[in-house]
Design a protein around this ligand. Structure first.
Ligand code: XIL
Length: 393
């Protein structure tokens, strides 16, 4: 792994811990005004670092002012926010097959490289997302892939992409969203081009290839609908646990579970089943990352204030539950300002409010001002038990 990045991060954790300690020592009157400050020692990254945690954001590399940062400027509002709040970044789309593979013979790393350059300049860590998924694949893959060449296509993709960023990523989502019970397969795998052409062993193959190519990245299985105490989520947790146990039993290199955390903003929700899953992961030696958090208040009655309250309370209770578990090492939100969220862009029926208002599903608004969710996340980070520092320092 790039030791420079990790040294920076370790130093940051130590500075963060010092800053948090110094603040706590101040009398209350001297801390007046602190509540609304959100940068520097009051940022999410600083509060996360003080607990030995990572806080991260999914970003659009094309929107980052990489040239400005390279020239020593702080960049535009979006760039400043991303730098200020995250100590780990992930590309919202730029490292997916659809972005990297315009044709079978061409790899386009423009946007993925842009993110890596940015993170190199700012000293932020990066997660890779993702190497193998049923969705967002280029159209040519459907016509060109066959039972004869699918293994080669998958392994060559992983060798090329994970190889390019070898040693520079904190983790890789090697396989994304492979479980879907309602597809009716006895192994509960989702129907996809990979399972159709390679068979269920495509998952082991992807992880084994990634481990060979980038032995330092934490190899992650990432999925959604694992969070709630509902029968559907309970069943999916069981299927995912079965997958993870099988992989461990077969000696497949896997180091973490990604829990996407696209959840409804429902303050009364409980997460006891997820906590059990996280503990089962701990017993298998797996870390857990909250990889894509956003809070959907499509069904919350009222207006903006009611949305903000429901989102913030859900952040508080959800992160309160998961961050109490010491093997949960990172929280990433899927975007940072809500107007740019995929939930608002895609106009899904389940993410559309009857009043037509945008979902206020992320910690900042479109003027880059913090929402109640920001403060709820920060408090939850503060309440988390301190983790060991990254890199074992
Ligand atoms: C989404 C992006 O946010 C969208 O911009 C894109 O059009 C589709 O993919 N689970 C995942 C992410 O693992 O990759 C998805 O990202 C959101 C759901």
């Amino acid at each position: 792994m790039d030791s420079k990045n990790f040294d920076l991060t370790r130093r940051e954790f130590q500075l963060g811990a010092l800053a948090a300690g110094a603040l706590a020592a101040l009398p209350a009157w001297a801390r007046a005004g602190e509540a609304k400050s959100v940068s520097g020692a009051e940022s999410l990254r600083a509060h996360a670092a003080a607990r030995g945690l990572m806080f991260g954001i999914a970003v659009v590399p094309a929107l980052l002012d990489v040239e400005g940062v390279a020239d020593g400027r702080s960049g535009d509002g979006y760039t400043r926010l991303v730098r200020e709040q995250a100590n780990i970044l992930v590309a919202e789309n730029a490292m997916k097959w659809g972005a990297l593979r315009p044709s079978a013979s061409v790899f386009d790393f423009t946007q993925a490289d842009r993110l890596m350059r940015f993170a190199g300049l700012t000293g932020q860590l990066v997660r890779g997302h993702n190497l193998c998924w049923y969705a967002d694949n280029p159209d040519w893959l459907k016509t060109e892939a066959s039972k004869d060449n699918a293994r080669l296509l998958l392994t060559q993709h992983i060798e090329t992409v994970a190889g390019r960023y070898r040693g520079r990523l904190q983790s890789w989502d090697v396989v994304n969203e492979a479980i879907l019970g309602k597809d009716g397969r006895p192994d509960h795998l989702r129907k996809s081009i990979w399972v159709d052409l390679i068979g269920p062993e495509y998952i082991d193959l992807a992880f084994q290839t990634a481990a060979r190519v980038d032995p330092q990245a934490k190899l992650t299985y990432n999925d959604y609908d694992l969070e709630l105490d509902t029968p559907e989520h309970k069943e999916k947790r069981e299927h995912v646990l079965q997958l993870l146990r099988g992989m461990k039993a077969r000696g497949v290199p896997i180091h973490a579970l990604g829990v996407q955390s696209h959840i409804g903003a429902d303050p009364g929700q409980r997460y006891t089943g997820l906590v059990e899953l996280i503990r089962a992961c701990a017993q298998m030696g797996l870390e857990v990352y909250i990889t894509e958090m956003d809070l959907n208040a499509a069904r919350t009655p009222g207006g903006d204030q009611e949305q903000d309250a429901a989102v913030a309370q859900t952040c508080r209770s959800y992160l309160g539950a998961v961050l109490a578990e010491p093997n949960v090492k990172a929280v990433l939100t899927w975007g940072i300002d809500y107007s740019m969220s995929w939930l608002n862009k895609a106009k899904f029926e389940w993410a559309t409010r009857p009043d037509g208002a945008l979902l206020r599903c992320l910690p900042f608004d479109d003027d880059h001002q913090p929402l109640p969710a920001f403060f709820a996340i920060r408090e939850a980070l503060d309440r988390a038990p301190a983790r060991k520092l990254a890199g074992g320092a």
